[in-house]
Every structure is written in structure tokens, then in C-alpha cells.
Design a protein around this ligand. Structure first.
Ligand code: AMP
Ligand code: MG
Length: 343
């Protein structure tokens, strides 16, 4: 496939026709990338094994890593699964459409490669208007992992998608930068209480306002490597920038010390941190992630992608408190880092 189509739905007055064309490509078994409120997804008909295989090919994604099925409505979601605990209805009513994925027993509607042969399927209703409009036009579940080359930072703009997948997919719907910036929270809903398999756009604290008990998959702490994560994707290297990234705890002074030492040793060093930290530092090349934790989540993957081998040898990155969206930020940063200098 050489020609990847690109539709700009922000600048155009002809949005409806563009979405219809993209939806038709999906219904015909092709792959199309589109914006969601978390990151850009690479979609294909979730009921069509051959179409889904194209996602794995384009991304170079390991075959044992299941995909999330995206639907437009609660009814469509319910139609893909069985044995839904009561707490799931409460979560859906509060958080969907939104950045939350429910892992439930599959009823077999989704193709086997969507679930990577598991008995369960991850399903989500995105809230981005372009994603919803596309899903409503197709009226089929759309399997959609992040629209990046496997292992690289997830895409938060259509340019990121283009950089990784142009020539490998049928099209990209450009809806501008995504909002949340980190992926959905994946929750195992096959047990008596919900278990967070991947922290994301909805925090544990927010979930606990709706359901009394929520736990974390023990594999998430990363302390015991013998525990296999229940979300197969969590075991892979992820979000890796072009240049090695070191995560440095201890704030601006500590990062400055590590920076000075590296620069003295002849290294070209880039710093990725929020504005507050950068204001207290003296460095030559820095990218600001903004001010609030929400800014950091929204700008993180773009920041990681911006550092190039031609300019820097090492990226030093700040750490963040692990509550709220900070849980997802630190989960991604630990995976992206080649080294973690703890306090
Ligand atoms: P991505 O769509 O690239 O953000 O990745 C989807 C994440 O959801 C990966 O970590 C998957 O392993 C996880 N996931 C999807 N379906 C399931 C499932 N049925 N059981 C457990 N984890 C899942
Ligand atoms: Mg991904």
C-alpha cells in the first residue's frame, strides 16, 4: 500500500463526507487511524480477522498482545460480552464515553486475533467526537490499538501517525492533537471487584468514587518480575524515544547535578520536565511539559518524540507524584526509561 489518505476534519467544511469515506474503508476491511480523546488509534473491523491482521502488520505488534474493541454506545458494548457484573453498569454510566476500557468475557463476536486467543475482550466507548462519529457511521466494533510503530511513544497528533505508518495503512483522519494524551485505564471486570491492569485517563481515586473497592494488578508495581501482568501488553518495552531516557527522582537540583556530570563528560543532554522544574535549572536544551499533571500527560509523548539522535545523546526526565493522572504518567515513564535514578 503506497497511498495513505489524509483527511483534515478540522480545517474542512466537508467533514461528513470525509468521515463517511473513512468509515467505508473500515467497513471494507482496511486500516484507518483516527483521533480519540486519549491517543490516535489504528482501526480495523473487529469482526474481520483479515482486517485485524493488517493492524498487527502495520504496527509490528506482537501477536499475543490483544486489541481494544471500540464502540459508539453502551448497547453495542454489551453486545460483545457476557457475564457483566453490576459494578460495570455503574462504571459505564459514570465514565463512558471516556478513557476507560472494560475487560469482560467475550461472546465470540470479535475475531480471535482481537483477543489474542484469550476468553476475554477489552471494550471501550471513546468520547472524542471524531471517533464517535466514525464508529456511528460504520456501526461495527472497531479494534484500535495506538496508531504507532510498536515500542515507540504513542501518537497524539496525526503527524506522529504519519511519521510511523504512512504507506502502511489506508488512511489517517486528522482531528488535531488529542486531549488526555495517555491511553485509557484498562480494568479487569471478570472478578468480584475491578482490577486496574493499566493505569490511564481515569484514576483509581476517581473509580473509587463510584465503586467501593478497586485494586491494582500486583504486576504493575514491577517489584517482582516473576508476576506476569494480566494485560499482556504491559510486559513489553513501550514508549521508547529515539534517544535513551533516564528518569531522575529528586527534583531540579538532582537533575541539574546529573546533567552537569554528563555535560562535563562530553554528552549532549536534553531535559524533559514541567515548567516549574525547568525554571530552577540552567540547561541548554529543554522541552517543557507544561504546568499541571494534566498538561504533562497531554504533552508527554510529543515531548519524547521530539528529541533526536542528531541533537542529543541522553534525555533526563523528571518524576511526578503517583496519584490521579500521575499514576499513568509514571507508569509510562518507567517503561520509556532505560535507567531510573531514584532518590
Ligand atoms: P493499546 O491499545 O496499544 O493501548 O494496548 C491495549 C492494552 O490493553 C494492552 O496493554 C493490552 O494487553 C490490554 N488488553 C486488551 N485486551 C485485553 C484483554 N482481553 N485482557 C487483558 N488485557 C487486555
Ligand atoms: Mg499502544
Amino acid at each position: 500500500m503506497n497511498d495513505t489518505k489524509r483527511w483534515n476534519v478540522i480545517k474542512s467544511k466537508n467533514n461528513e463526507a470525509m468521515i463517511k469515506e473513512a468509515a467505508q474503508l473500515l467497513m471494507d476491511g482496511n486500516t484507518v487511524a483516527f483521533p480519540t480523546e486519549t491517543v490516535y488509534g489504528l482501526g480495523a473491523d473487529a469482526t474481520n480477522e483479515k482486517a485485524v491482521e493488517k493492524i498487527f502488520q502495520a504496527k509490528g505488534r506482537p501477536q499475543d498482545n490483544p486489541l481494544i474493541a471500540h464502540v459508539a454506545t453502551k448497547e453495542q458494548l454489551i453486545n460483545l460480552v457476557e457475564d457483566i457484573p453490576d459494578y460495570v453498569y455503574r462504571l459505564i454510566d459514570h465514565f463512558s464515553p471516556g478513557p476507560i476500557t472494560y475487560v469482560l468475557k467475550s461472546n465470540g463476536t470479535c475475531a480471535e486475533n482481537v483477543t489474542a486467543g484469550l476468553q476475554t475482550v477489552g471494550v471501550r466507548i471513546p468520547s472524542h467526537p471524531v471517533a464517535l462519529s466514525l464508529l456511528k457511521n460504520c456501526n461495527i466494533p472497531i479494534a484500535a490499538p495506538s496508531a504507532n510503530t510498536s515500542g515507540k511513544p504513542s501518537p497524539t497528533t496525526a503527524d506522529h501517525v504519519w511519521e510511523d505508518l504512512a504507506g502502511k495503512i489506508a488512511g489517517v483522519v486528522d482531528g488535531g492533537a488529542t486531549g488526555v494524551g495517555v491511553e485509557s485505564t484498562v480494568i479487569d471486570c471478570t472478578q468480584d471487584i475491578p482490577i486496574i491492569l493499566r493505569p490511564g485517563g481515569i484514576s483509581k481515586e476517581e473509580l473509587e468514587e463510584v465503586v467501593e473497592m478497586v485494586s491494582f494488578d500486583p504486576a504493575l508495581s514491577g517489584e517482582d518480575e516473576r508476576i506476569t501482568p494480566k494485560a499482556p501488553g504491559m510486559k513489553y518495552t513501550h514508549y521508547a524515544p529515539e534517544v535513551p531516557m533516564w528518569l531522575v527522582a529528586g527534583g531540579s537540583e538532582k537533575i541539574q547535578d546529573v546533567y552537569n556530570e554528563l555535560v562535563t563528560g562530553g554528552k549532549r543532554v536534553g531535559v524533559l520536565a514541567n515548567r516549574n522544574t525547568l525554571e530552577k535549572m540552567n540547561v541548554e536544551y529543554a522541552i517543557s511539559l507544561g504546568e499541571t499533571p494534566e498538561d504533562v500527560a497531554a504533552n508527554l509523548y510529543d515531548g519524547l518524540r521530539k528529541f533526536r539522535k542528531a541533537e542529543v545523546d541522553i534525555i533526563l526526565c523528571d518524576t511526578y507524584p503517583e496519584h490521579g493522572i500521575g499514576q499513568a504518567i509514571m507508569n509510562r515513564l518507567r517503561k520509556a526509561a532505560s535507567r531510573y535514578i531514584e532518590e
